[in-house]
Ligand binder design. Sequence first.
Ligand SMILES: [Mg+2]
Length: 294
Amino acid sequence: MSKKNVILIVDDIPSNVQILANILKDEYAIKVATDGKRAVELAQQEPQPDLILLDVVMPDMDGYDVCSALNDMGNTKDIPIIFVTANDSVEDEERGLNLCAVDYITKPVNSAIVKARVKTHITIKRQYDELKFMALHDKLTGLYNRHYLMDEADRKISSALRKNEPLTIMMADIDHFKCINDNHGHLVGDKVLIAVAAALDKNKRAVDFVSRYGGEEFVTIFDNCNIEDAKLKAEKIRVAIESLNPENLTVTSSFGLVQLNSNHHNFDSLLKDADEALYEAKNSGRNRVVVYEN
Ligand SMILES: [Mg+2]
C-alpha cells in the first residue's frame, strides 16, 4: 500500500481543527497547527504536507501571512493551500485565490465537499510531483539529468564563491563503452550504465551532486571539497567501479577533476577544464584519475 499523503490543518480554534481532522483522518496522515507561526514551521518539517487547509482569520499571523511566507520559500512554495474560512465574501475569496490558494472552502464545512476538494488537489499535487521528478532526473539511471545539473551548478558556484569555500567537479566516462554496446547489445549497456550510476551515487556525501551528463558521461559536484580530497574520492569511486563486474564484464572509468578558481567565470569553463583532464586520463591509458593542470 502506498504511503498516506500528509495534510496540515491550520485553525486557531481547536474544535475546527478537530472537525476537519475527523473528516480526513482515515485517508490521510494529519498534522495540525493552531497558529500561523507553527503552521509555517510544520510545513517545512519532514514529512512535509502534500496539502494545507488554512484558516484565514487568526491572531498574529493570519492565513494570508502564512500563505505569503510559504510562497517565499523554495521548499514550501509548491505545497497547495486551500483556504477554509467563515469569510465567505467574494473579495476574501478573490484575495485568497490571487495570493496563492488553489481553492476555497467556507465554514461550516460540509464533509463530502471537503473530501472531494482535498482528493482533487492531492491528485493534482501527486501528478505535479511526478512530472517534476521526471523533469529533473535521467529516466534510465535515476540520477539528476543534465538540464538540472546546469541549474544546480550555477547555484553551487555562486554559493561557493560567496562563502569562499572550495568546490571541485569530476567528470567520469565509462571506458570503451561503445564496445560494450557493440559486443553485448544495448540492454547490457543499459545495465552497465545503471550499475556505474549506482556506484557514483553510493560513494557520494549528502551534499554532493551526481548527474548523468549524457551517454556514458557523468558529472559530480563536490561541495566544500578541495582538489586533494576530491582526488581521494575519485580514486575510491574508480576502484568501486572497477570491482563492480556488472553482467560479468570488467568495466572501468576514467576521471577528470578540476577545482573552481578565479579563471572560471562560469560552469561551462569549469566543465571544459574537467573535460580536458578526462581527455588526458583517456589518452594516458584509461581507468585513472587526472587532475586538470593549467
Ligand atoms: Mg480563525
